[in-house]
Design a protein around this ligand. Structure first.
Ligand code: X8Z
Ligand code: ZN
Length: 608
């Protein structure tokens, strides 16, 4: 979701008007009418600045040039200036006697700056400039040989292809891994400046640092949120540890003790993904029961000549089967579905609603792969959220919390079972034997379970950096400390002193909060279970598909239409009947795999 990146990242959240345990503030001098008028005025003001900023960001992301970068920075600066003006006014309404809708908008406004700017105009302009520079550096990032010609340069896609090709020798993949990380070296001084200016902005708004501002967006106290993250991670990490143990043992066998030691962390370049955040590419080599039917959707997509439009239509048709609206015609006219020739673009997939009026779009460089089919469901999940809440006041046009926004498409994707894929001709055969279930679950887990510690650690790093607990000279070491602690992975070799590896991950230079993706991993199984219930599913959770279920669609639509108008536990309750985020649905879903992994690992020493 793009709007979240700079502008709305914290709108997904918002505090309750009177958080538990706090005394009611003293009555405000403002009247009910004044509060309503303020909220109305802010709604109009935000629509204007956000629409301008989004249009400029769209232009930049689909055509990265210096001029577009300047225009985007200018529009961001105007947004920041507006925020600096209205956010402090919100506190004048503390304790005002107004409707719950008005009170909630005022509370959401206080946390609405994803990137809070200092009120000093020069510093604000500099922050807008630095943040757009960082994002463009990532988008344009390439490794080029010294003294070489431009056609010898390698961009992210080229380097990812090498990392993802598990048949290539480890040295070649290590080289690609290291080359991509040269792109982020020059980001480091800019990132330091970004942290310092952003923190200054946060402190002007009354938050000790940017991390605290981010954590305060979950309808609970920031410390309680951090504890909630720990609780959720403790629920699901045993499954990750089993997966890690099995994968490490297999890689040890494949590459030998000198490349992948049987104990200790796994080298990060051998997991098939540039950031080792998902390990999907390892599935063909790890298939538990190779005699079961193939799950290779990519082969079929290629064979059947799926182009980007057909890929997107395939994802759309799942949502439509549940009774959701087809995407508007303008989606097909305005989206960027393919990498264009002759200009630089940011290929990292994102979903948009420019102007918050159902101008739905995605920006993606679609390839006919299973991974991109997955990402399309993910992006359309964002678009459907935008679509069903676009009539709300803008401050409510956000996920119930930001994890919800990221979870919708993924929850739907859990219903994209082999049986469904066979029904649309993307698998030749589907089987429901116990062996086939383990195959499919391992395939899923290499994406989703491998992701859990990564999703957990990224913002741990940023929280620590923003809080000043980690100084610039320790940025990289701290990154790898957390990578090892949570993921049990290590760099292929010692890192150079000037390395800034966090910058080689899109969301760091792009300033997109990341804990949302961890929450989404938890929430998606809860939402999936809720929709399965609505569809009348009986039997083990992993056997459910709500394809074609209008009842499941109804439940989803109701939640989407709430946006952020109510504290997230209410939205969760509407969709699932519970008010707590809970890793138990994920654990229930993966029960067959957990059992199989424990058997495989019975004689192995797990952990790192
Ligand atoms: O950034 C994304 C989406 C856009 S919101 C493509 N994701 C995270 C990532 O790529 O790192 C989805 C999964 C996690
Ligand atoms: Zn997303």
């Amino acid at each position: 979701m793009r709007r979240s990146v700079l502008l709305l990242s914290l709108l997904a959240c918002g505090g309750t008007p009177n958080p538990a345990g706090k005394d009611m503030p003293e009555a405000s001098a403002k009247t009910t009418e004044e509060a309503d008028a303020f909220v109305k005025e802010v709604d109009a003001g935000l629509r204007k600045v956000w629409t301008d900023a989004e249009s400029a960001q769209w232009t930049l992301a689909t055509d990265i040039t210096d001029d577009h970068e300047k225009a985007a920075a200018k529009a961001d600066e105007a947004t920041m200036a507006y925020m600096s003006e209205v956010i402090p006014q919100a506190t004048d309404y503390d304790g005002v006697d107004a409707s719950p809708e008005t009170l909630r908008q005022i509370e959401l406004l206080k946390r609405a700056a994803g990137l809070p700017a200092p009120s000093d105009p020069e510093k604000r302009a500099r922050l807008a400039e630095v943040s757009n520079q960082l994002a463009s550096m990532y988008g344009k990032g390439k490794w080029c040989p010294e003294g070489g010609t431009p056609d010898q340069c390698q961009d992210l896609a080229a380097l990812e292809a090498i990392i993802g090709d598990v048949s290539l020798p480890p040295e070649k993949r290590q080289q690609a891994w290291e080359r991509w990380r040269t792109v982020s070296v020059p980001m480091k001084p800019l990132y330091e400046e970004f942290v310092s200016l952003g923190n200054e902005g946060a402190s002007e708004l009354g938050f000790a640092d940017m991390g605290l501002l981010w954590r305060s967006g979950y309808d609970m106290e920031p410390d309680a949120f951090a504890a909630e993250v720990d609780r959720l991670y403790a629920q699901v990490s045993p499954l990750y540890e089993q997966l890690h143990c099995h994968v490490r043992a297999e890689l040890n066998e494949k590459y030998g003790e000198s490349v992948v030691p049987a104990k200790g962390p796994i080298p990060a370049h051998l997991l098939g993904n540039m950031w080792a955040q998902d390990w999907d590419q390892l599935y063909p080599g790890l298939t538990p029961f190779p005699n079961e039917p193939s799950l290779d959707v990519t082969a079929q997509l290629e064979k059947q000549g799926y182009d980007s439009v057909k890929m997107a239509k395939t994802a759309e048709s799942f949502f439509v089967s549940m009774g959701l609206d087809p995407l508007p015609q303008t989606f097909w006219e305005r989206s960027m579905l393919d990498r264009p020739e002759g200009r630089e673009v940011e290929c990292h997939a994102s979903a948009w609603d420019i102007g918050m009026q159902d101008d739905l779009r995605i920006k993606m460089c679609i390839q006919p792969t299973q991974e991109d089919l997955y990402t399309l469901h993910h992006e359309l999940g964002h678009n459907y959220y935008f679509h069903y809440y676009h009539t709300l006041p803008v401050l409510f046009q956000s996920g119930a919390n930001d994890g919800f926004h990221e979870a919708i498409g993924d929850a739907v994707m859990l219903s994209v079972t082999p049986t469904y894929l066979k029904s649309i001709g993307l698998l030749e055969e589907a089987s429901t034997t116990d062996e086939a279930v383990v195959n499919q679950q391992l395939q899923n887990a290499l994406g989703a379970i491998a992701f859990l510690p990564f999703g957990r650690m990224i913002d741990q790093w940023r929280w620590d950096v923003f809080a000043g607990d980690v100084q610039p000279d320790a940025y990289n070491a701290h990154w790898w400390k957390l990578r090892q602690q949570f993921q049990g992975i290590a760099p292929p070799a010692g890192r150079p002193a000037d390395a800034f590896d966090p910058g080689a991950k899109y969301h760091i230079p792009g300033n997109t909060p990341y804990m949302r993706y961890f929450l989404a991993q938890i929430l998606q199984y809860q939402l999936y279970r809720g929709m399965c219930e609505a569809a009348g599913h009986q039997g083990p959770l992993h056997t459910c598909s709500f394809y074609g279920s209008k009842e499941a669609g109804e439940r989803l639509k109701n939640m989407l239409a709430m946006g952020a108008s109510r504290p997230w536990p209410e939205a969760l309750e509407a969709a699932t009947g519970t008010r707590q985020m809970d890793g138990q649905a994920l654990i229930e879903y993966y029960q067959p795999l957990m059992k199989w992994l424990e058997e495989q690992n019975a004689d192995r020493e797990c952990g790192w």
